[in-house]
Every structure is written in structure tokens, then in C-alpha cells.
Design a protein around this ligand. Sequence first.
Ligand SMILES: Cc1cc2nc3c(=O)[nH]c(=O)nc-3n(C[C@H](O)[C@H](O)[C@H](O)COP(=O)(O)OP(=O)(O)OC[C@H]3O[C@@H](n4cnc5c(N)ncnc54)[C@H](O)[C@@H]3O)c2cc1C
Length: 463
Amino acid sequence: MSSVQIVWLRRDLRLADQPAFHAAAQAGPVVPVYVLDDDRAGDHAYGGASRVWLHHSLDSLARSLGAHRSRIVLRRGDARQVLAALADQVGAACIHAMRHYEPWWKEAEDELRDALGDDCKLCLYDGNYLLPPGSVTTGSGSPYKIYTPFSKAMLDVMPPRDPLPEPGTIHSPDSWPDSADLQDWKLLPAKPDWAGGISDFWDFGEAAAHDRLDWWADEVADYDEGRNLPSQDITSRLSPHLHWGEISPAQVWHKLKDKRSDGWRTFAKELIWRDYAQNVIDQFPDYPRESYRDYDERKLWRNPDAGHLIDEDLEGWQMGMTGYPIVDAGMRQLWQTGWMHNRVRMIAASFLVKHLLIDWRYGEQWFWDCLVDADYGNNGVNWQWISGTGVDSNMFVRIMAPLTQSEKFNSADYIREYVPELADLSDDCIHDPPDEKRGDYPAKMIGHKEARERALEAYRAAK
Ligand SMILES: Cc1cc2nc3c(=O)[nH]c(=O)nc-3n(C[C@H](O)[C@H](O)[C@H](O)COP(=O)(O)OP(=O)(O)OC[C@H]3O[C@@H](n4cnc5c(N)ncnc54)[C@H](O)[C@@H]3O)c2cc1C
């Protein structure tokens, strides 16, 4: 019998188009393992919503493996130590894993390679992105820093390779190593159980991801116009499935590529944004933690460190109590469902950094904790884009007007859904309710004109 193969799973929780699984299944009996390594990522250890998704996704993958008479071994601790010890225990010839670009995973891969003895090697595979980050380069061979030329270069070499099928047979080892019990990891909240909204809003796992993609194939034609309308369900909502690797971008691309619509063409560019973000963190590993541009940030942000009392403003934003209905609807959608519509993410993020002049990193951390699709690359790149501090970003002086945006993108029904205090207001006044119609809903934290002037003044001082 050929020797045991370990598949080290991370954000690649699928069986089809999973090159690490594919290679392992062809080489010998397979031990799939997931290691919960909370310390390694530091301030980017999985947040609350991510842990809920992870629980359900692991549970779903375990059931799929069960149908192949296989299992998933769960272990907790330092990934390098756990995997090296497991390789020793089962006599593995190879640990197969998909490549990941978060700096702590790149470091873990290097450490693991060094820790493995001569009898076991680490084999890394690409496939969580359309193309391996860093592989599309400028004429001079450097990685791209700016999205638009990156996107053009990507489109020139698309489509991605054909997706791989699910392994037909997955042989088991003679005996299974011990596994932790998923329930004992307590990834789901208990007291209080705040995750009900997430479970109601989502179906988890590989099969659910493909169901959503099947649905999306009939809707994508409307994406070009519909993607900015929060009241309507005209975006794919594939982001957590892609983030957790329940579906690959190549599978998505090949399913949709023959749709000859503006909707598909625009959607393809959004998938490329996802690749772009990985290219950015591959070049600048601390990008989600450090501003790229050289502002005097002490003069830009109203930080607690700089002696300002911003806690109440930050909490009001987090809880959806800013007095701006579109911002509050978004922040409450995030809290309830673990997801927020992209247009509203932009408006809510801009409100934090420009209207409240709060450092983007507070927003990045809140989203990190609350999003089911919280992604080191996508979250950091988008926050820096909005805050005007990034390598490729919106200029700081472009300040989004939340009330105008709300009206322009017909957000009335979205506000009614997530801000029930305002549900009875007419389309005319729901975007900016007059004082006498607000009832228990709070007054605006700060007027738009005043906020705009304050932000421009801070920018002039900081640049
Ligand atoms: C402040 C801020 C923070 C964000 N944080 C995250 C995050 O942590 N994780 C995340 O996946 N996305 C993030 N986004 C990007 C975007 O909002 C979400 O990807 C999108 O809303 C997910 O919904 P969807 O699947 O319906 O997207 P669709 O509009 O259907 O797009 C399809 C896919 O393309 C990718 N995509 C779309 N827009 C972007 C984008 N701007 N940047 C990178 N990839 C994109 C996603 O994988 C998405 O699933 C953030 C945006 C902002 C403004």
C-alpha cells in the first residue's frame, strides 16, 4: 500500500477543484486535517462571525467526506508543531496544502517545511485565486500595484485553467489518528446566541456555494445596473463561499464565462479585485495594519491616542445609531447577518473615516470581527481604498454624501428592513427623516456639511 498523504486544510474547504486534495487522493490514503491555530494570526485571529462560518463549513465538509468513507481530523495548536507531529505519527510521505497569502500562513508554510524530516515533504498548490498572486507582472517584471492595469493584464490571460473534478475515491489510512470534537471548539456562540441571524441568512458549505452559483448564473445579466441597489438581491453573495474556499474562482468563472452580458463583464472585474487584493498583501504583508501613504496621521484622525473622546462615536457607528439611515441600515445588516451590501460597505466605511474622522483601522477591525467573509486582503485593501491612504485609493478629498447616495440608489426598502423604527416613513423622507418624524431614532451625529469641512481641514493639516 502506498504511504499516507496529509491534506492540510485552511480556507479551501471543498473537494472539487481542490488541487491539494486531488493530488493527495491520487498518491495514497488520505488524512485530511484542519488545525485551529488562533495565536499565529495575532490581531487577525478569526473574529466572531468567521468562527460561526468555520464551524458550519467544517461540519459540512466532514459530512461530504463521510460520503466518501473518509473523515476530517481536527487539531488545535501551533500549525507547524501539530502537523509535523501528525506527519510523524501517521508516517506521512507528503503534506499537501493550498497556498495562502496571509503573512502568518506564508510563515507557517516556511516553518513547516523546515520542521519536516527527510521522509515527509510539503507540497503547495495554487487554486484559490484566478491566477497565483505575483504571477501577472508589468513589462519590467514587477508585480502590479494599481488595480486598473492589473485588471487589464488579467483579462488578457483569462480564462483560468479548467476546474478539477472531485476526487472519485478517497482511500482511508489503516487507522485514523485522534481528532478533537468540533462542538468542543465552541466556535458557535452560546450565551447569548447572537448567531441566529447568520444561520437564517446563509446556507453553508460546498453544495450551498454551488446552489448559489446556479442561481447567480440566471441573475448575472442584471449585475451591471443592479449591483448598486441595496434594496434588491442583485449581487452574487458568493463572498463567504469564495473566502472559505467552498468554491473556487475558476469554477465561478467557467460557469459564467459564456454569458455575453455587461453584467458578466462587470462581475468578472469584481472577481479580479479579489485577486488584486491578494497581490497587494503578497507585496505589502502589513497592508491591512499600516497606512501606505505618508500622512501625518496624528493630525488626520480623532484617535483616543491623540486625546480625543471618540469612543461614543465609534460605538454609535458600530451599533447603527449614527442618525444616517443608510449607514445604520448597513451596520445593522452586518451585525445581524455577518454581511453588508458592497455599496453600503463603501458608504458606512467612508462615514467612519471622513464624517467621524476615526482611523480606518478601527473600522477594519470591526468588520474583521463581524463579517462572515472577513478577508485579510479584501478587507484591508478596501478600507485603505476608502480612507485614501492606500497604494491605489480613492482620494481623501472625495467624501461620499450618505444622504444623496441613499436616495440615488433607491435604498428605502433596505432601510425599512434594517431600521424598523423608520419603516412607516415614505420614500420621500426616509433617507433623511425630519426631526419630528424620527421618533426613537437618533439625531444625526454630525451634519454632512460640517463633517465635510472638518475632514478637509484635517486633510490639509495632515498631508
Ligand atoms: C470597507 C470594505 C470592506 C470590505 N471587506 C471585505 C472582506 O473582508 N471580504 C470580502 O470578500 N470583500 C470585502 N469587501 C468587498 C465587497 O464589499 C464584498 O466582496 C462584496 O460585497 C461581497 O458580496 P458579493 O459576494 O455579493 O459580491 P459581488 O458583487 O457578487 O462580487 C463577486 C465577488 O467578487 C469579489 N469582490 C467584489 N467586490 C470586491 C472588492 N471591492 N474587493 C475585493 N473583492 C471583491 C468578492 O469575492 C465577491 O464575492 C469590502 C468592501 C469594503 C468597501
